[in-house]
Design a protein around this ligand. Structure first.
Ligand code: ADP
Ligand code: MG
Length: 335
């Protein structure tokens, strides 16, 4: 038992993370409160498992609202399930907190459970500890670890390794708004109040593309979620698949706010931005119509932005078909 200020560890778990009134999904036989959660496997499915850790000062600023943080911590994990075409099932939550701050916990858990409820998934366990500096006394950073579990029919998961020469490259939604908002906070450029209001939710409250990922089973040949910037994430797919790509920089989908920025800013934000949580996926050309149908069925816009090539590496093209120098492609001062 770790005493965390006036609120004890178990009281904290009970008050903020155990939802007494709420029935667990049928397959969750036991949730919070025992040594293990018990979940019945779904016949014919593989269990998809993914973990992400958010550390204060590294992944988020001390000034971010706790509610937005609760949302984002779960959203980035759900985005990994989306990229595999998995259906979310349950999640665990590991917290290291400098103190048991009731207002912080209340807002954090509300942000977290609002997104969990939207995807009908249950919190089934976790661990909670105090975060301290190496002196054992001074408060340490907030650390939030989430592990999500999901189902995907055996053999149907979308993997990074499946892209083949001739496949089309697609992107969901729009890219670059999260980076545009971040640049404003960093003083790299200035956005009007209206522009900032429009792009800020993309940085703080990303929407994982679960429905699209599931609709792309059997249609896409590979997929990844764009978390570290389009070019970097595309390279992961290309490396795992042993192929290259031609990418049309000016065909990348972007918001009206981003389109109003200078072209170099647009390119930086769309190509090397990060925190987009859109899906980048490939599909054989014969599946072009099926991709559009999956997009429509899931209510998610998609754009065809390039093509997979046998020659390795990324060839970046502008709207006139001219090559954009590769040094821009590796522009990433922010990691
Ligand atoms: P153990 O001693 O077995 O590690 P704990 O005492 O740490 O168990 O936790 C008690 C119960 O509360 C367990 O069921 C655990 O999964 C759950 N739990 C602990 N922290 C959290 C949390 N942050 N969110 C959800 N469940 C939690
Ligand atoms: Mg424990």
């Amino acid at each position: 038992m770790v005493q965390m200020g006036s609120l004890g560890e178990f009281e904290l778990i009970e008050r903020y993370f155990t939802r007494a009134g709420q029935a667990l999904p049928a397959r969750v036989r036991a949730g919070i409160g025992d040594d293990c959660a018990l979940i019945a496997p779904r016949a014919g499915c593989d269990l998809a498992v993914s973990t992400d850790l958010l550390v204060e000062g590294r992944h988020f600023l001390p000034t971010v609202s706790a509610a937005a943080l609760g949302h984002k911590a779960l959203a980035v994990n759900l985005s990994d399930l989306a990229a595999c075409g998995a259906e979310p099932l349950a999640f665990t939550l590991t917290l290291a907190l400098p103190r048991a701050d009731a207002a912080w916990l209340d807002a954090f858990s509300r942000g977290l459970f609002a997104l969990a409820d939207a995807h009908r998934i249950a919190l089934v366990g976790g661990d909670t500890t105090k975060s301290v500096q190496p002196d054992g006394v001074s408060p340490g950073p907030h650390c939030i670890g989430i592990t999500v579990l999901g189902d995907v029919p055996q053999g149907a998961a979308l993997l990074r390794s499946g892209a083949r020469p001739g496949d089309e490259c697609w992107v969901s939604g729009t890219l670059g708004d999260a980076r545009l908002a971040l640049g404003h906070w960093r003083g790299e450029w200035h956005l009007s109040d209206a522009a900032l209001q429009a792009v800020r939710p993309r940085m703080e409250q990303p929407a994982p593309r679960i429905a699209l990922g599931m609709a792309l089973r059997g249609v896409a040949s590979s997929a990844i979620d764009v978390s570290d910037g389009l070019l970097g994430d595309l390279r992961h797919v290309l490396q795992r698949s042993g192929v290259g790509a031609t990418l049309h920089a000016d065909a990348l989908p972007r918001s009206a706010v981003l389109q109003a920025q200078p072209v170099p800013t647009q390119r930086l934000c769309t190509l090397a931005g990060g925190d987009d949580y859109e899906l980048l996926f490939t599909a054989p050309q014969a599946q072009h119509g099926a991709v559009l149908a999956a997009a429509q069925a899931s209510g998610t816009p998609v754009a065809c932005v390039g093509r997979i090539t046998q020659a390795t590496g990324v060839q970046l093209m502008d709207a006139n078909g001219a090559t954009i120098p590769d040094d821009f492609a590796s522009f990433d001062h922010f990691r």
